[in-house]
Ligand binder design. Structure first.
Ligand code: LLP
Length: 384
């Protein structure tokens, strides 16, 4: 990615910089690769980045939305995403969020417990509408990723256990204002090993067979969740994820009944590589053994390294000197406020501008105001 560094010098740091051209290229690629298969639908997982200006671009490409709160449903609608393309997941949907979604006629609730189904039934009856739901099943497939972002294992707050499916379907059949339209799965995030998705397909096939054999049921919608990872280690070499392989993996491994639609909830893979957190070096501090580059962005701006030990490639945009090893750290009063330990970047000095790469997903969206710090601003390449 090329950064317009001359233009950065007048902008207060830290800020998120989004390369709109790369975003559009990524969205187009995902859309055209999914479009090769009949009945494949992509919903953008808004949790990854809900910046309204990015949402507008995403909405204009015609993708649907995957939401996990009433606020996200509202953000999707405000961006112009059609309610018939909105799915709403989450273990703790409140009455207010359910009512708002029913009023706006969203496509589907991904339901995660019997008490939630009861709440949706009551509210749908009050609003005199029928709610469409998909049951979120825990496929008991472990993804090879960080334990904090694995969700498909049996003992998890998310979803309904594989063994309880009959009980849940029996329960939904008694509801008058709920229509069961599908099954929903999600095994985790930042998955680069296609075998994990193949394992998920295997579980879905087994379950579909079981439902057909024991109850004669074929549900029209299969939602496989999201999770496709990106290459944090090499953002310039792999700016666009391998959507061709990803969708082909599902097309080749899912056994579908005639007319069944497949839904994807992609977050990170659509927005991560187009975003960088731009920060200035405040001080270079020489410790006894280490050198610290203290920057003006902190864990409150990008929490992933502190929360998940996540690696983000960092480069100095204003120095072309020989590389030196630094711990690149923020100003927040927490020892976990470290972006990278023992990282080699061009020799840096106070005032240099650094880019913390691959930060478009779960970066700005997870920023917070600890230490009375301002939330980071966003600059789009089209603003400059
Ligand atoms: N669908 C469901 C039900 C999910 O829970 C998630 C992410 C997605 C779709 C989108 O997954 P993606 O395509 O982005 O992998 N904050 C963490 C990631 C949390 C993911 C939560 N769920 C991080 O920064 O790595």
């Amino acid at each position: 990615m090329r950064f317009p560094i001359e233009k950065f010098s007048n902008i207060d740091t830290p800020f998120y910089y989004y390369d709109v051209e790369l975003l559009k290229k990524t969205l187009d690629c995902a859309k055209s690769e999914a479009g090769k298969y009949k009945g494949f639908h992509v919903h953008y997982a808004i949790k990854a980045n809900f910046n309204p200006r990015l949402l507008e671009i995403i909405s204009s490409t015609g993708l649907g939305a995957d939401c996990v709160s009433g606020g996200e449903v509202r953000a999707a609608l405000n961006a112009g995403i059609s309610p018939e393309k909105i799915v709403f997941a989450g273990v703790g949907k409140t009455d207010k969020e359910i009512a708002f979604s029913l009023d706006n006629g969203i496509f589907c609730f991904n339901v995660e417990s019997i008490p939630e189904i009861e709440a949706i039934e009551t509210l749908a009856a009050e609003h005199n509408v029928t709610a469409q739901v998909a049951i979120r099943i825990n496929p008991n497939v472990g993804a090879h990723t960080h334990s904090n972002i694995t969700t498909g294992l049996a003992e998890n707050k998310f979803g309904i256990n594989y063994e309880q499916i009959d009980e849940v379907i029996d329960f939904i059949e008694k509801m008058e204002h709920i229509q069961l339209i599908g099954l929903h799965f999600h095994i985790g995030s930042q998955i680069l090993v296609m075998d994990d998705f193949i394992a998920l397909c295997g579980r879905i096939n087994e379950l579909q067979e079981l439902l057909y054999d024991t109850r004669g049921i074929v549900l029209p919608h299969i939602n496989v969740g999201g999770g496709l990872g990106i290459r944090y280690d090499a953002p310039d070499k792999y700016p666009v994820p391998d959507f061709e392989l990803y969708f082909a993996t599902y097309a080749n491994n899912l056994k579908l009944h005639e007319g069944q639609q497949v839904h994807f909830e992609l977050g990170r893979s659509l927005v991560a590589q187009c975003g960088s957190l731009i920060t200035r070096v405040t001080y270079i501090k020489h410790g006894t053994c280490k050198k610290f580059a203290i920057v003006d962005a902190g864990m409150n701006d990008l929490v992933r390294p502190a929360l998940y030990d996540a690696y983000h490639h960092i480069e100095n945009l204003t120095s072309d000197k020989e590389g030196e090893i630094y711990d690149i750290v923020g100003p927040v009063c927490e020892s976990s406020d470290v972006f990278c330990k023992d990282h080699k970047i061009a020799e840096s000095k106070r005032g240099d501008i650094l880019a913390i790469r691959s930060a478009g997903a779960y970066g700005e969206a997870m920023a917070f105001g600890y230490n009375c710090r301002e939330l980071p601003k966003a600059v789009l390449s089209t603003d400059l």
